[in-house]
Design a protein around this ligand. Structure first.
Ligand code: 5FU
Length: 263
């Protein structure tokens, strides 16, 4: 079974991938398993919130293509904040095409994701070629990939044998695939390890009206043995004190982890 007593730090040696090792090291050092999903539409809001929440997160999750005023300066500012606050960057691009196409999408275009995102993700839907294509670009840059094995949204088709096939695909590419987007630990085998990140986390609401479904940090980390909580609107929804909410989620996520270690 998955060893629930192992700390993030003790799991570093389970990975050869540099991004995975860096992330576990960072989580241990900063004592946070919180990832902020920063889904805002302007540079100003993006940089303001990233600067406020930066001290409390291990990973900043972006959807870079929703910014209306994206420019190269945003990337420079993002890198500056990354250094200032010590977090890693995960572009939630959800690649879903053939290997040759995703290679271009990952490295070229306006965004050049591979140049600044430590971690990105892909749907296993197209088959192994998607991982091979992304790996050609990402591995030489010490990047890591997550496969979308499950989704948090209502009616998701990523279940059952699809989820199992995602795990099999990850096993065939352990040098580059560092883990999964999923709601729970999928691999309960002592001698293999993957980092599980769970979106759809909220303390105050259970859904959003567009299919999103929320569970608590405790559900996700303690009960389902996931590793990282991904929180968006729960932290920066209008009217909220962004720093207070970030701290609240950071504490909830870390306490759930400590509870797991002790039980
Ligand atoms: F893969 C997934 C998923 O299954 N559910 C998600 O919600 C990704 N997400 C992302 O997490 C989604 O694109 C948002 O960026 C974020 C959740 O944001 P929220 O504001 O906490 O609902």
């Amino acid at each position: 079974a998955f060893n629930t007593k192992k700390t993030y730090g003790e799991r570093i040696e389970n990975f050869t991938n540099i991004a995975a090792r860096e992330l576990l090291t960072l989580i241990e050092r900063k004592k946070t398993n919180l990832s902020l999903a920063l889904d805002v539409n302007t540079k100003r809001e993006f940089l303001e919130i990233a600067d406020k929440v930066g001290p409390y997160i291990c990973l900043l999750k972006t959807h870079i293509d929703i910014l209306v005023d994206f420019d190269q300066d945003l990337i420079e500012q993002l890198k500056r904040l990354q250094k200032k606050h010590d977090f890693m960057i995960f572009e939630d691009r959800k690649f879903a095409d053939i290997g040759n196409t995703v290679k271009h999408q990952y490295s070229k275009g306006i965004y050049r994701i591979a140049e600044w995102a430590n971690i990105t993700n892909a749907h296993p839907l197209p088959g192994d070629g998607i991982v091979s294509g992304l790996k050609e670009v990402g591995l030489p840059l010490d990047r890591g990939l997550l496969l979308l094995a499950e989704m948090s949204s209502k009616g998701s088709l990523a279940t059952g044998t699809y989820t199992e096939a995602a795990v099999e695909m990850a096993r065939r590419h352990k040098d580059f695939v560092i883990g999964f987007i999923a709601g729970r630990r999928l691999v309960a085998n002592e001698n293999e390890d993957f980092i599980v990140m769970s979106p759809g986390v909220g303390l105050d609401t259970s859904k959003d009206g567009l299919g999103q479904q929320y569970r608590t940090p405790r559900n996700v980390i303690f009960e389902s043995n996931s590793d990282i909580i991904i929180v968006g609107r729960g932290i920066y929804e209008s009217g909220k004190d962004v720093i207070a909410e970030a701290l609240r989620y950071k504490n909830a996520g870390w306490n759930a982890y400590l509870e797991r270690l002790m039980n």
